[in-house]
Design a protein around this ligand. Structure first.
Ligand code: ADP
Length: 362
């Protein structure tokens, strides 16, 4: 399916507790088009699973509304669950069955033929011999693979996957990503939640970032990166002055290097890079290293370090609100602890090419 909206939420709100004191989700507005590979990103407790369970009708919204494949999530939940391939977070399988029995059981419940079982098994290196074994003997990763097979095997028009990479080793995570790209190339829609920024960055076209039940950014992966800082590392012959006073330049460190040089390291918003290079050139710039921004870093600027600001604040008003408020515990426990920051491609720029670098940075 393409063009039509696969998922739409209107001020979707879900509060738990007797008096609704746990505000898991507040006024979330999302529109996911058919054929999109959409990432739903946020730290633990951000409200991702609550959103997904509400979309599948396992939970009813406190207020607001949502539709999936044009069907109302409250009135038409049975039909939605019939048509959507769903992998819940912390996927659990009946222990007494073999993998094959479980898959056959789930497929029979869906009432749809298995079209992709072998393709998915092959991609995830699941053999027939493994499927014959009882699920209670499976490792966490093998159970997760069974979950992925049951979600994908009927080739549903929409896949809703809650942390599908959990328990998979990096090689299998890659295989899963390839499978999802294949489904999207075949015209299917994929909505998946993750705390792994690197995988979202690698395969998604758009990403929504949630924090504390609120949508803090809804952007293309490309434009999120644009608002992010760069890491700059330079070697100069003279000690530069007043670098830290440049707007958009942070964390300047100057250390002597060799007999007559200084190593400068700092972070800079992309708009500040040309000015920074200009200033470094007047100090006898000999070498320059600029790390391209990754979504990982963009994410951290929303959730982690609230000291720095500007670009993103103007673009995402919600983010400004987040930054003004005192960082909460969740903000201090960055996602990177579970997903080590992916270092973006590193560019080493010879001094004579700096003019070109400046043009690119603009
Ligand atoms: P995520 O999937 O992003 O980790 P969740 O949607 O599971 O986040 O949780 C969002 C918030 O709602 C958290 O504060 C969580 O503790 C709370 N929560 C989730 N499920 C329930 C529930 N059944 N009852 C009460 N609070 C819940």
């Amino acid at each position: 399916m393409t063009n039509a909206l696969a998922i739409q939420t209107r001020d979707l709100t879900k509060h738990y507790g007797r008096s609704g004191e746990i505000k898991a989700l507040t006024a979330v507005n999302l529109e996911i088009k058919g054929g999109e590979l959409f990432g739903f990103l946020g730290p633990n407790g951000a409200g991702k699973s609550t959103t997904i369970r509400t979309l599948l009708g396992f939970l009813h919204p406190t207020s607001g509304s949502a539709s999936v494949l044009g069907l109302d999530v409250v009135k038409d939940s049975v039909e939605i669950r019939r048509r959507v391939g769903y992998l819940p977070s912390g996927f659990a399988v009946y222990d007494y069955m073999s993998g094959r029995e479980y898959l056959d059981h789930m497929r029979a419940l869906s009432g749809r033929p298995s079209l992709l079982r072998h393709r998915v098994m092959e991609a995830l290196e699941l053999s027939d011999a493994i499927l014959k074994r009882p699920v209670r003997d499976y490792s966490r990763g093998m159970r997760q693979k069974i979950g992925v097979v049951q979600a994908l095997e009927t080739d549903p028009e929409l896949l809703i996957l809650d942390e599908p990479s959990e328990g998979l080793d990096p090689l299998m995570q890659r295989s899963l990503q390839e499978l999802l790209l294949e489904r999207v190339a075949a015209g299917r829609t994929v909505f998946f939640s993750s705390h792994l920024i690197s995988e979202v960055e690698r395969i998604c076209s758009r990403v929504a970032i949630v924090r504390g039940g609120k949508l803090v950014a809804l952007e293309t992966v490309k434009s999120l990166v644009r608002f992010q800082r760069r890491r700059v590392d330079a070697l100069v012959t003279r000690k530069p002055s007043r670098l830290a006073t440049l707007a958009g330049v942070f964390g300047v460190k100057v250390a002597p290097e060799g007999k007559s040089g200084y190593r400068i390291s700092c972070e800079a918003e992309s708009a500040a890079v040309p000015k920074l290079i200009e200033r470094l050139q007047t100090s006898g710039l000999r070498d320059l290293l600029i790390e391209a921004a990754s979504l990982e870093e963009a994410f951290m600027s929303y959730y982690g370090d609230a000291r720095h600001s500007t670009g993103a604040v103007q673009v995402f008003p919600e983010v400004a609100e987040v930054k003004r408020s005192k960082p909460k515990a969740a903000a201090k426990r960055p996602v990177t602890k579970r997903a080590p920051a992916k270092r973006a491609a590193v560019k080493r720029v010879p001094t004579k090419k700096i003019a070109a670098t400046k043009r690119r940075a603009r």
